[in-house]
Ligand binder design. Structure first.
Ligand code: GRG
Length: 292
């Protein structure tokens, strides 16, 4: 059941991206722009947003604009993060990175274009909504989470601290911004779109925080235990980029146990919300044991 819904949601998201592609101006940039999106990815953030909306009884058609926008912002961050001036990585989502195929200039522009397309898409969504204010709140959530108070700030701290021997608190602070913010935004934006109460929004934020932190811890674990075929990106990249990780500081066993604890806490909080949470519970379990 979980696998089927996951497959169905991914297929829906891919099909919406194909529609977007068909509306782009003809020319080489159309394929360049779509390259990192079409390279694949788990689509975790848009699926969380859509399934949160579904669980809380919101409108899935309206939510799709926001889900696609979130995936575009996430994808831009990966394209820019892989650039030679940042992490300088050559493989992502199992394919050569955008700058490797199309050059650095194009990779910068693809990232810029994805980041610009996201609010264009959300504004289009808001205009069709019966209750546009909730759409604006969802959009505000996503844009704040990815900006100077969120993911970009996390990336700034990450660059500042490369090559430094950080304490666990600093690693937590960087990752709470760099990774957790977009995952939290998926839950909170979903909550706004489903018009839920302020109390439920805070519960969704806490769920997102637990899941976002455990997502990054799991990423750090996989960076030392997995392989390039499963991950679709080089392993050991944190060491190459001289970054302190949860695994360096806490060790693998403590990391695994924190992933489990946070996943259980997120499931407990989910249970306090109204609606059928079966799919999200299964998704949380998958994320805690993912191998890619
Ligand atoms: C360049 C502004 C800017 C930000 C970059 C997100 C990020 C900040 C860098 C990407 C590198 C990294 C390890 C980020 C941590 C978040 C993370 C684990 C991203 C990978 O997300 P997945 O596993 O990737 O969902 P797919 O490919 O499945 O979408």
């Amino acid at each position: 059941m979980y696998q089927e819904i996951m497959k169905e949601r991914k297929a829906q998201i891919e099909s919406e991206f194909s529609k977007i592609k068909s509306q782009l101006p003809d020319g080489d940039f159309k394929d360049i722009f779509m390259y990192p999106i079409e390279a694949g990815g788990k689509r975790v953030r848009p699926i969380i947003l859509l399934e949160t909306v579904k669980m809380l009884g919101g409108n899935l058609e309206e939510a799709m604009h926001f889900a696609l926008a979130l995936e575009m912002i996430h994808t831009y961050s990966l394209v820019h993060d892989d650039l030679p001036c940042m992490d300088d990585d050559e493989l992502r989502r199992g394919k050569p990175t955008t700058h490797v195929i199309f050059g650095e200039g194009n990779a910068v522009l693809v990232g810029d274009a994805l980041l610009n397309y996201a609010p264009e898409l959300m504004i289009k969504g808001v205009k069709t909504m019966r209750e546009p204010l909730h759409g604006i709140e969802a959009m505000e959530t996503i844009m704040n989470a990815s900006g100077v108070h969120g993911m970009i700030l996390g990336q700034v701290y990450d660059i500042e601290n490369e090559n430094k021997s950080l304490a666990i608190e600093a690693v937590r602070k960087i990752n709470a911004l760099k990774t957790s913010q977009l995952i939290e935004a998926a839950f909170v934006a979903g909550g706004h779109l489903a018009v839920c109460s302020a109390k439920d929004i805070e519960t969704l934020r806490s769920i997102g925080r637990h899941l976002g932190i455990s997502f990054q811890i799991q990423d750090d674990i996989l960076d030392v235990t997995s392989d390039v075929e499963h991950l679709g990106k080089p392993i050991g990249s944190d060491k190459k980029n001289m970054k302190r990780t949860y695994v360096d500081i806490l060790g693998i066993d403590a990391c695994k146990s924190e992933v489990m604890q946070r996943t259980e806490e997120a499931k407990k909080l989910l249970g306090s919300l109204n609606g059928d949470s079966a799919f999200l519970v299964a998704l949380f379990d998958y994320l805690a044991s993912r191998i890619s």
